[in-house]
Write a protein that binds this ligand. Structure first.
Ligand code: UD1
Length: 371
């Protein structure tokens, strides 16, 4: 019998957990059915500790059935450099000791880039899940993370054809790229039942298709006091047309407090603590409109065909605009775009190719073929 392929799977921040859950679930399922002729995998799950609040981390592990991390690096918050360096310093000895066949990193957060860089220097092979996405906006920390991670990873597992095009344009040979589809949709599909049993609508007195779901946390929207105050003014104006449900990311909460921007949760604007995965899916499926700057919500709203306004100048997920229900908006246009979206007939949009719930299997097949 062939020895198992040793994987080291890294996650650190909230959006990473949805991307590793299907891989861990498939590996465990293969092990449970004792396939002796197929490829077997053994994994170590490393949590970098970039996100540490239970509402940003633990709740996702619990809801998604992800086992306790084998190792937690407790890297925590800090400036971009401090956080990245802390992950690297703590990850290097661990990776050197485990000697995995592959390290699997996902998405575009600081932990993703930090661990990929350590591996490249140690000569350990890295597979990047969600490779090739580009916003072409180097003021975003995530864009720097995407560019660097892809430049040094051995296997680039892409979610959509535009990602392949981006990588080819950067001179990456075809042999390093594989189009596997969107792993977030694996998680979404397998959690639909639980999401539909969520009580979040009842808890925030929201009625199906009669509210807008808001999430905003990007530094470009929340780190500048003047801009953040204008974003909040825009939301108060939209709340006159439709009730808003706004679970607040800790970064946004911290900035509102720091800049002393007054907040009033009322029946038109429900401010909540960050919500879990099932509640978030339930809000996305049932909203009349999503207003966000998150990458994941652009994709999830596309899957549910819920109209989405993305408060950003660009997106690394253009397929959500070309095929899906997403549209970019600006601070100047936010209120009129929202009014228009609320009046328009719901434009259904389409679900992009390979958003089919089978991406984890395609990833494991690629890893096996290259081990
Ligand atoms: C990070 C990712 C971003 C992702 C987001 C999802 C990078 C560069 N950014 O941004 O791509 O969309 O996660 O949430 O990696 N904080 C807490 N508790 C926590 C974590 C953070 O209170 O568990 C607060 C801290 O004050 C921290 C701030 O939030 O300073 C920002 O956290 P950080 O991990 O630096 O970046 P995010 O804005 O969360």
């Amino acid at each position: 019998m062939k020895p198992p392929i040793k994987l080291l799977i890294v996650a650190g921040a909230r959006p990473n957990f949805m991307k590793i859950a299907p891989l861990i679930e498939r590996i465990d399922a293969i092990a449970a059915c004792g396939a002796s002729n197929g490829n077997r995998f053994q994994y170590t799950f490393v949590h970098t500790g970039q996100h540490y609040d239970s509402r940003m981390s633990r709740i996702f592990l619990q809801e998604l059935g992800i086992p306790e991390p084998h190792e937690n690096l407790d890297a925590g918050s800090g400036s971009q450099a401090v956080q990245t360096a802390n992950v690297m310093i703590r990850f290097e000895p661990l990776c050197a000791a485990i000697k995995p066949d592959w390290v699997v990193v996902v998405g575009d957060v600081n932990s993703t880039m930090a661990c990929a860089l350590v591996c490249a220097k140690l000569g350990v092979k890295v597979a990047h899940v969600e490779a090739g996405l580009r916003s072409f906006d180097r003021t975003m920390p995530e864009e720097i993370n995407r560019l660097l991670t892809d430049a040094i990873s051995d296997l680039l597992l892409t979610p959509s054809a535009d990602a392949n095009e981006n990588l080819k344009r950067e001179g990456v040979p075809d042999s390093r790229i594989s189009l596997v589809g969107n792993i977030m949709i694996d998680t979404l599909v397998s959690n639909l039942g639980k999401a539909r049993s969520s009580t979040v609508l009842h808890r925030c007195e929201a009625r199906r298709k009669q509210f807008a779901y808001v999430t905003l946390h990007r530094p470009s929207n929340v780190d500048d006091p003047e801009r953040l105050a204008r974003v909040m003014d825009g939301l108060y104006a939209i709340a006159k047309e439709v009730p808003l449900v706004f679970p607040m990311h800790p970064r946004t909460q911290k900035m509102l407090t720091q800049y002393r921007i007054p907040l009033a949760s009322n029946r038109h604007l429900k401010l909540l603590e960050p919500v879990g995965y099932h509640d978030s899916l339930c809000l996305t499926e049932n909203a009349r409109l999503v207003i966000t700057d998150s990458g994941g919500l652009q994709e999830e709203s596309t899957f549910f065909r819920t109209p989405c306004l993305t408060l950003r100048a660009n997106t690394e997920r253009p397929v959500t605009i070309a095929l899906g229900s997403n549209k970019l908006t600006s601070l100047e246009r936010l209120v009129t775009d929202a009014e228009h979206a609320l009046r328009a007939n719901v434009d259904s949009g389409r679900i992009p190719p390979l958003w089919d719930g089978q991406t984890a299997d395609r990833i494991l097949a690629q890893l096996a073929a290259r081990s």
